[in-house]
Ligand binder design. Structure first.
Ligand code: ADP
Ligand code: MG
Ligand code: MG
Length: 322
């Protein structure tokens, strides 16, 4: 019998989130390199403090194009294409609205309607001009702002996976706070999946609806219960509808995407969140590499398909719908 391998866990707080790395070897140096890599990308992509490549683009809005690092350029290009899909709920230029709602930050409040409409006019992804030769990005109007908050963690999780592969590490797990990327299985024995908890909305951090099991896949969850505030008896959460400027409002509490790459999971959580259960399942029927787990406000758990993972329901107050 092969011996059960020991898992070594390393943690840090980066990007405002608890970060967890699991490895099958005790290697502080490697963990340190992983955390440094995450910090490196955080410094390039953040919109919460200067300087960062994205802040440089935002500061030059309406003035001039900004040449950026090739990796940042490719990520912005990918975010722009997702934003230009028909009826997309994803918008990389949502920054002016995110900044006025301040959801998840101190001082969040419901902005006046006229401020929302003024800022909405500054969020067109068509006005994010990319130059493939120069690797430059130009926001054509003053006041425009990119926000890569809905894609950055996914992108970084994939970079951590690639780095570990380059170091000949093919088993492990990185959790960037809602974005989990797994490498291989959860033991040196073949066929042992990693377990990723599906959180119960508005409950304690260890309160689970069920468990998702995967090997070598990404699991990304976006939920209305992650960051929100309450005003006059109504909850406002942090995923905004780019067509109205207000938080997306539908039958969902959360969407989880299982996929190969975490960057796709991050984009698709937002896209599918905007579609809702019925349209989301119809859309994913033609996308074999992207699978969704919906958690509805009326306590249903809906799986779009189940080729990439298995799901076990644990909380009997929820109903599993195929
Ligand atoms: P989480 O923060 O739980 O990982 P997401 O990956 O969905 O959730 O990212 C949400 C963040 O993305 C928000 O905090 C905001 O910065 C930004 N954002 C909000 N609405 C949108 C949107 N419609 N399109 C793109 N980014 C958004
Ligand atoms: Mg995210
Ligand atoms: Mg996302």
């Amino acid at each position: 019998m092969p011996q059960e391998a020991h898992v070594y866990s390393y943690s840090a707080v980066l990007m405002g989130s608890p970060i967890l790395l699991k490895l099958f070897q005790h290697n502080e140096h490697l963990a340190h390199q992983v955390f440094r890599l995450i910090k490196h990308y955080e410094n390039l992509l953040t919109v919460n403090r200067s300087p960062s490549e994205v802040m440089n683009i935002n500061h030059a809005a309406g003035l001039h194009p900004v040449v950026v690092n090739p990796a940042v350029y490719q990520l912005i290009k990918c975010a722009k294409s997702a934003s230009l899909l028909p009826n997309s709920a994803f918008n990389l230029a949502i920054g002016p609205l995110v900044k006025c709602w301040k959801i998840g930050f101190q001082g969040s409040s419901v902005p006046p309607a006229d401020e929302i409409s003024t800022r909405l006019a500054l969020t067109s992804p068509h006005q994010v001009i990319l130059d493939d030769e120069q690797h430059s990005v130009f926001l054509t109007q003053a006041g425009m702002e990119l926000d890569l908050g809905a894609i950055a963690k996914g992108y970084i999780a994939d970079r951590v996976r690639d780095f570990l592969h380059s170091q000949q590490v093919f088993q492990g797990l990185i959790n960037l706070g809602g974005n989990v990327q797994t490498l291989g299985g959860a033991s040196q024995m073949r066929g042992t999946p990693w377990s990723v908890g599906l959180k119960k909305p508005f409950a304690g951090p260890d309160d689970l609806i069920g468990v998702i099991e995967v090997e070598g896949k990404s699991v990304v969850t976006s939920g209305t219960y992650e960051r929100w505030f309450e005003f006059a008896g109504k909850r406002y959460h942090h995923i905004l509808d780019p067509s109205t400027g207000y938080p997306l409002d539908n039958e969902l509490h959360s969407v989880t995407i299982v996929s190969e790459d975490s960057v796709d999971g991050d984009i698709w959580t937002t896209l599918i969140y905007g579609m809702g259960v019925e349209q989301g399942c119809a859309c994913l029927a033609n996308k074999p590499g992207i699978e969704a787990i919906f958690v509805t406000k009326d306590r249903r758990v809906v799986l779009s398909s189940q080729q990439l993972f298995t799901f076990t329901l644990q909380d009997s107050s929820y109903q599993l719908a195929p």
